[in-house]
Design a binder for this molecule. Structure first.
Ligand SMILES: C[S@@+](CC[C@H](N)C(=O)[O-])C[C@H]1O[C@@H](n2cnc3c(N)ncnc32)[C@H](O)[C@@H]1O
Length: 258
């Protein structure tokens, strides 16, 4: 794992802005509904990012519950500290592949858009299993970037930009390929639920922030002219009232055998 897991201060702030959107809020509510924490439970947030996840999860565990959140990026943890002003929430620097936590110490866990960044997926899943109590459960949420759809003028160019963007994480297709590694780790897959974001405007939207993030990444790691032209085309489509953005991720609800 590199410094800050690839999320420096600028990237952390970009993610934080993306996560203020209504679509990101709906996604977190979807994850909480699937995990369905109970009052008094101990919940672990793996790769908590800017802290929306633990700050909202703690509202579901009552006075006797607690949420512990870890992340490998110091800038992310600094953002999370500002958001998690509750004595039932603890935050710590930690790596998902080597959790600094006791065996069987959590009733439930979440890991949302984290495992796709890991080359050592098997180690991370084995760590997840280790820290869950027997019968404990986890909600693992991962995108398949092949599901990304935009209304664009030049489809070949859009495919080139998407191919460059796929390089931003180690496992761009984790959403559709996670069952086998989960089984291999000794976790039972209880169900798989899709979550799709569909948007028709760029202004202050998940789609708008994704356009900016992808354009900047593609300009740096691929053909800069392509990336600029792609971003301009999306802006023109938006000015014409023709934005269509869609992205699907999959939530795996898993349990550790009792
Ligand atoms: C896209 S953000 C998701 C944040 C949060 N789960 C959410 O949905 O609000 C990915 C997060 O995973 C963290 N991360 C990446 N690799 C990690 C690792 N090996 N261990 C712990 N956290 C990691 C990053 O620092 C970043 O905060």
């Amino acid at each position: 794992m590199g410094d800050n897991a690839g999320f420096d201060e600028t990237e952390a702030e970009g993610v934080e802005a993306l996560y203020t959107t209504e679509a990101a809020e709906r996604r977190r509510a979807f994850v909480r509904r699937q995990l369905d924490p109970n009052p008094g439970e101990s919940v672990l947030s793996i790769g908590c990012g800017p802290g929306f996840e633990p700050a909202e999860l703690v509202e579901t565990v009552g006075d006797a519950g607690r949420v512990h959140a870890i992340d490998a990026s110091q800038p992310m943890l600094e953002l999370a500290e500002r958001r998690c002003d509750d004595e039932r929430v603890t935050l710590a620097h930690g790596d998902a592949t080597d959790l600094p936590l006791e065996d069987a110490s959590f009733d439930a866990a979440t890991s949302v858009q984290v495992y796709e960044y890991l080359t050592e997926l098997d180690e991370a899943l084995s760590e997840l299993r280790r820290v869950l109590r027997p019968g404990g459960r986890a909600a693992i949420y991962a995108t398949d970037w092949e599901s990304l759809v935009w209304n664009v003028t030049d489809r070949a160019r859009s495919n080139r930009v998407a191919a460059t963007w796929a390089g931003h994480c180690a496992r761009p297709h984790l959403g559709s390929t996670l069952r086998k590694p989960l089984r291999n780790a000794g976790l039972d897959v209880e169900r798989i639920e899709p979550f799709t974001v569909v948007e028709t405007e760029l202004q202050d939207s998940f789609a708008g922030y994704m356009r900016a993030i992808i354009r900047s990444y593609a300009a740096e790691h691929g053909d800069a002219d392509d990336a600029e032209a792609w971003g301009d085309d999306l802006r023109d489509r938006d000015d014409a009232g023709e934005t269509l953005f869609s992205l699907t991720a999959f939530l795996y609800l898993v349990s550790k055998p009792a």
